[in-house]
Ligand binder design. Structure first.
Ligand code: ARG
Length: 552
């Protein structure tokens, strides 16, 4: 696949003998690329920028892929690429072989035993999974971790309840235990202490508690698996949570002790991470609680230790709610002080999904919205829309559209920003929505299915503006996907996909393909463009973990 941006940029740099700042104008009417090189050069050499621009232009005009170069304003240079070059080099995106493949550990998912996956897990799984797909696409080696919460106080609360009221029948019943037991602990100090005690003993392998624990874990994991499958999330390479890493807490503790980082404080073990120049609050990290259980931080530190030893990653990237930012700042500091890993540690913190009132999105009675609730809501909304438009779509298709609505909406927002969850707008078939994207794909797919001729690159073909703009967008794919990876910004992929769909639809409306009055040569050219446009869109859709329905 050709990375048009890189190709043009390299050629210009070579011709002019220095590195220019090459931009892609939002509106490509005046040029496909532009640069302020002459303005910057003029300042350094104390020359007139427009004169210098003209000097550059005479050099750039000799490049064989350049159609024309012009000066605009105080000295901007606009470059237009030859149509033939575009037609000959536009290709479908293929997996990239990275020059320097990285070994990355990704930590996303954040499931907790005892609680159904809820709206707070939407971004961690959707963005995490898409980032994983993007990173693999650009040639890196990825290991994905679901660092589940399966070893803390909630386990004690659940076990205490089961001892008193018996084993739950199914996952639904199981999910009620943790909230009920927490409510009781809030009122009943003895109950809380009992849960604490059980947690400590569980962590010390008490056989009775371990037996109960082992009985409910599969119930909970199965439920997590079902939800992840419903969201078309790739299986995790490692489901290794707080319990899994607890095995490495002693070794980690030893390292911390050797570096004299651990201090006793009221019966707990803590690590001071405050620097003199900290302005914001920076509380100490709790490593062991007063009840001598491993803390959330201890698990993360042991996880860093383990991953470093096993995977030797160059980066560990965590995807969670931004409310955990302080936690990650703290443990990253400890990791650095103790030299637990040479990997770069990165936390990608997410904004909150809110209702129309700007407050965290809740059910009508103020409860937590589960991830299945969200898909159910989306499915209902899609069903209504489809019925309104008198279409007949099968259940599988409805589900694919509903999933696209939820995931695409999640992906198109900058990861850090809050966004409003409005099921009506995300399921619309128009605008920046998943259904619009799938609809565009289905439309192209159907053109290609009806074409029944061999599709190949035309020898010569005069591009219309719509065709040209579409092909140039296709040639931007590699540049976009590399930036999405580097910036850890899957929203770049989603926004690219939306723009691509718009260009496809402009092309579709203005350039009839299969109509009877279209001559054979034009038809062949347009079908070729349709084919690579569809394949590009299909690749983007796949990277977002979505599926194209057979019809819509
Ligand atoms: N289970 C945690 C929670 O729900 C999130 C885990 C995120 N990953 C990590 N390594 N701490 O808050």
């Amino acid at each position: 696949m050709m990375n048009l941006y890189k190709y043009v940029s390299d050629a210009i740099n070579k011709t002019l003998g220095f590195t220019v700042n090459l931009e892609v104008p939002k509106n490509r009417d005046f040029g496909d690329f532009s640069t302020n090189a002459a303005m910057i050069g003029a300042k350094i050499a104390n020359k007139n920028p427009r004169e210098l621009a003209n000097e550059y232009i005479s050099k750039l005009q000799k490049l064989d892929f350049i159609d024309n170069v012009t000066v605009a304003g105080p000295g901007f240079i606009n470059l237009k690429i030859k149509d033939n070059f575009i037609l000959n080099n536009a290709q479908i995106p293929t997996r990239i072989t990275a020059l320097n493949p990285l070994n990355l550990d990704l930590d996303y998912g954040s499931y907790n035993i005892g609680k159904a996956l809820h709206i707070g897990h939407l971004k961690p799984i959707v963005v995490g999974d898409t980032f994983n797909r993007i990173a693999k696409f650009v040639g890196h080696t990825i290991k994905s971790y679901n660092h589940i919460g399966d070893w803390g106080r909630p386990m004690g609360l659940i076990i205490a309840w089961i001892i008193e009221y018996g084993m739950p029948k199914d996952a639904n019943e199981f999910n009620k235990i943790y909230p009920a037991s927490t409510a009781r602990a809030n009122e009943d100090e003895d109950w809380l202490n009992r849960a604490r005690q059980i947690t400590t003993e569980l962590q010390n392998n008490n056989p009775e508690f371990t037996k109960i624990y082992n009985a409910f874990i599969p119930l909970s994991l199965k439920q997590m698996d079902d939800t992840l499958q419903r969201f078309n999330i790739m299986p995790f390479d490692m489901i290794m949570g707080e319990r899994g890493v607890s095995e490495y807490v002693p070794e980690t503790q030893k390292i911390l002790e050797n570096k004299r980082l651990l201090q006793e404080s009221d019966g707990a073990l803590i690590i001071n991470v405050r620097n003199e120049d900290d302005n914001a609050p920076m509380p100490p990290v709790i490593f062991k609680t007063t009840a001598n259980t491993n803390s959330y931080a201890a698990a993360d530190l042991a996880a860093i230790y383990y991953r470093n030893k096993n995977d030797n990653p160059s980066e560990i990237i965590y995807f969670t709610d931004s409310r955990q930012s302080l936690h990650f700042q703290q443990i990253f500091r400890v990791s650095q002080m103790a030299n637990l890993t040479s990997a770069k540690l990165i936390h990608v913190g997410f904004g909150t999904i809110t209702g129309k009132d700007g407050k965290p999105f809740k059910t009508r009675d103020g409860g937590t919205v589960s991830l299945s609730d969200i898909l159910d809501m989306s499915e209902t909304a899609v069903r209504e829309r489809v019925a309104e438009s008198q279409k007949q779509l099968d259940d599988k298709t409805i589900k694919q559209i509903a999933l696209a609505a939820v995931k695409f909406n999640d992906l198109i927002h900058d990861v850090k920003s809050d966004y409003i969850f409005d099921v009506k707008s995300i399921t619309s078939f128009e605008g920046r929505t998943g259904p619009y994207v799938l609809y565009t794909a289905v439309r192209m797919q159907s053109v290609l299915q009806r074409a029944n001729i061999n599709i190949s690159k035309p020898e010569s073909y005069i591009l219309s503006n719509d065709e040209r703009n579409l092909l140039i967008q296709i040639m931007d794919f590699e540049h976009m996907i590399l930036s999405a990876f580097e910036n850890r910004a899957p929203d770049m992929l989603a926004n690219y996909t939306y723009d691509l769909c718009q260009l496809i639809n402009n092309f579709y409306h203005n350039c009839p393909i299969l109509r009877d009055d279209i001559d054979a040569k034009t038809k062949a050219g347009r079908l070729y463009i349709s084919k690579i446009a569809f394949d590009t869109l299909a690749t983007a859709i796949d990277l977002m973990g979505l599926q194209i329905p057979n019809e819509m």
